[in-house]
Design a protein around this ligand. Structure first.
Ligand SMILES: C[S@@+](CC[C@H](N)C(=O)[O-])C[C@H]1O[C@@H](n2cnc3c(N)ncnc32)[C@H](O)[C@@H]1O
Length: 328
């Protein structure tokens, strides 16, 4: 989603990006100022491609566990330019599976400013009417999506729990990430099953057994040269981006979780061992490689892994012996 051609004035773009970034930091619950040209410029060239990468990678995480089976319609609530809808429409498998896309956005400026993307959506329907009633879709085959929009809202819109699937991405911050884990409890109470990142429906160990953790994933960014040059003007670099997400369905997951775990932390080198947080149950557990065994592995955060049978369990550590941990 990065523009192939470099924007004409990178210095000017950098100041727009900084301005919008400051706006998001100082107004974490504030509405994106779509009517302002600095916001439109910064979003199109910087925030949109980075959010697109987040969504596209979350789609990959979901595909890995069969999450998207049977969906025919996506609703993109708080669509902005349609970031999530574009990522669905560009996905090789989903673009043949989906029959329609509904984009719901509070700001008519956001919808009007980015109409050049419209031809890429699948039979789209755009609306500023903030309601889930009377939409032309089969709720049992519809995925309701919130990409960085829930953070600007007080609560989920009325009727959200009538839809088969929910895909929610939120900023990977302590505040938004833990709020999402609280929401996870609510979804489960409403009869939803969490398909990813969780491999179980029990309490989230990051929420119940820690006051500081929050679940988030990390993805690599392949950016064109002009974006790397733009970053020279900026204090923040984006070789990787993070996100907190939930994929939930009313249908029970059919993915086989035997011996599987999700890496919910980065690899941490400590005295005598390397540890990495892993989630497969309500326990807060770490994979551990003892340096004396010279078998250390550094695995990416967010990956699904298959655990070897010869793990040695010591307190909250799953110590890796001779057989390596395999990414799925
Ligand atoms: C940070 S932007 C995210 C845009 C886009 N989904 C993305 O991932 O790039 C949040 C969007 O949510 C919209 N929004 C905020 N509150 C809303 C509400 N109650 N209903 C619908 N849209 C809302 C804002 O206008 C804004 O476009």
């Amino acid at each position: 989603m990065f523009s192939a051609n470099a924007p004409s004035n990178l210095n000017h773009l950098a100041s727009d990006v900084l301005r919008l970034s400051d706006f998001f930091i100082n107004n974490p619950d504030g509405l994106t100022p779509w009517t302002e040209t600095f916001c439109q410029n910064a979003y199109r060239n910087y925030f949109l491609p980075l959010n697109y990468i987040r969504v596209a990678n979350v789609i990959e995480r979901g595909s890995q566990v069969g999450f998207f089976k049977g969906f025919e319609t996506t609703i993109d609530w708080g669509s902005g330019p349609g970031t999530a809808s574009l990522a669905f429409a560009h996905n090789e498998k989903l673009k043949t599976q989906l029959k329609s896309q509904i984009l719901i956005e509070k700001s008519s400026s956001a919808l009007k400013t980015f109409t050049d993307f419209n031809s890429q959506f699948i039979h789209p329907d755009f609306t500023t009417k903030l309601s889930l009633n009377n939409l032309s879709c089969n709720k049992n085959k519809t995925l309701l999506t919130f990409s960085y929009s829930l953070t600007e809202m007080d609560s989920l819109p009325e009727g959200w729990n009538e839809f088969e699937g929910l895909m929610i991405l939120e900023p990977a911050t302590h505040q938004d990430g833990r709020k999402l884990l609280e929401l996870r409890k609510k979804l489960i109470a409403e009869g939803y099953f969490i398909w990813a990142p969780c491999l179980h429906q029990n309490n989230c160990p990051l929420l119940t057994l820690s006051k500081h953790d929050w679940c988030h994933d990390r993805f690599h960014v392949k950016a064109p040269d002009w974006f790397l040059k733009l970053e020279e003007y900026l204090p923040m670099k984006n070789r990787t981006v993070t996100t907190s997400y939930l994929l939930a369905r009313k249908t029970k997951p059919d993915f086989d979780v035997t011996n599987k775990g999700r890496l919910t932390g980065d690899s941490l080198k400590e005295k005598g061992k390397t540890r990495q947080l892993i989630c497969r149950s309500p326990e807060r557990e770490f994979l551990a490689w003892m340096h004396k065994n010279k078998n250390e592995q550094v695995l990416p955060r967010g990956e699904l892994v298959t655990l070897p049978n010869d793990l040695e369990v010591k307190s909250n550590e799953l110590r890796v012996n001779t057989s390596p941990v395999i990414t799925v």
